[in-house]
Design a protein. Structure first.
Length: 234
């Protein structure tokens, strides 16, 4: 008997995950900005990725987009303090944008620089019109730290107004099952209303649910924002 085509062999949920991953795989570098006014005005949903430095943000973006180098563009000298935008959707019809924000909390950064980044990030989170969702990456072993909670406080008014947020507890492979469920419960308490999931790039844990969350978010938001369109600079 011939082997069934893999498409017919998978349940519908898997087909949806695969579609979401295929969509994420279209990610390509759009632009980089050192200051907020340099960001293009967009009329598609924008999803910001935030996290303490070393939380696993670049690895998560690369895993979700299935591109080995994409978010490492953000780690090139001169770009670590920038907001880097990646377009999603077929060429010529971008339907969402990922925003990779600078990692925060890195001890070796001078205090003045830290404060400047934190101001920029807060301004971005408060004022960016196209921002539809925030994905926060936290090391599962450490949970939400003070700066993560400060950030959640900053976005709280927008969350009440409909901004969605997802906390991904990264490097979950470093915890056993008991530790994982404990980390999940504690983070859920701290995240107050947002969604929290375990994530491991290494073991591919939580990749499909996160991809689905992003895809559904973009679909739902674009119904309210505007139809898919080419990007336009201000
Ligand atoms: P970023 O500074 O937040 O962008 O963090 P990176 O993506 O550069 O990751 C920081 C470190 O954590 C690197 O050494 C990664 O290899 C490691 N890391 C990231 N994701 C995982 C994971 O899922 N499992 C494990 N074990 N290590 C990871």
């Amino acid at each position: 008997m011939p082997t069934p085509h893999p498409y017919h062999a998978v349940p519908e949920a898997n087909a949806a995950s695969r579609a979401a991953l295929a969509w994420l795989h279209t990610a390509r570098f759009l632009t980089t900005a050192a200051q907020l006014h340099q960001l293009p005005a967009l009329n598609v949903p924008e999803i910001a990725f935030v996290g303490r430095s070393n939380a696993g943000k670049s690895t998560a973006i690369n895993t979700l987009t299935q591109q080995t180098q994409l978010a490492y563009a953000s780690k090139k000298p001169g770009r670590t303090q920038h907001i880097n935008l990646f377009a999603l959707g077929r060429q010529g019809s971008t339907d969402a944008v990922l925003a990779d924000l600078p990692g925060y909390g890195y001890a070796a950064v001078p205090q003045a620089d830290k404060q400047r980044w934190q101001r920029m990030m807060a301004n971005y989170l408060v004022s960016r019109a196209s921002l539809s969702a925030v994905v926060m990456l936290c090391d599962a072993r450490h949970g939400l730290k003070e700066l993560d909670e400060v950030l959640l406080e900053v976005i709280r008014p927008r969350v009440e107004g409909g901004l969605r947020f997802l906390v991904l507890l990264t490097k979950a492979d470093k915890l056993n099952r008991t530790e994982q469920s404990k980390a999940l419960s504690i983070a859920r308490l701290h995240a107050g209303g947002g969604q929290v999931q375990l994530f491991s790039a290494l073991k591919r844990q939580g990749v499909e649910p996160a991809a689905l969350w992003l895809r559904q978010l973009a679909e739902q938001t674009s119904e309210h924002v505007s139809p898919p369109t080419d990007l336009q600079k201000e």
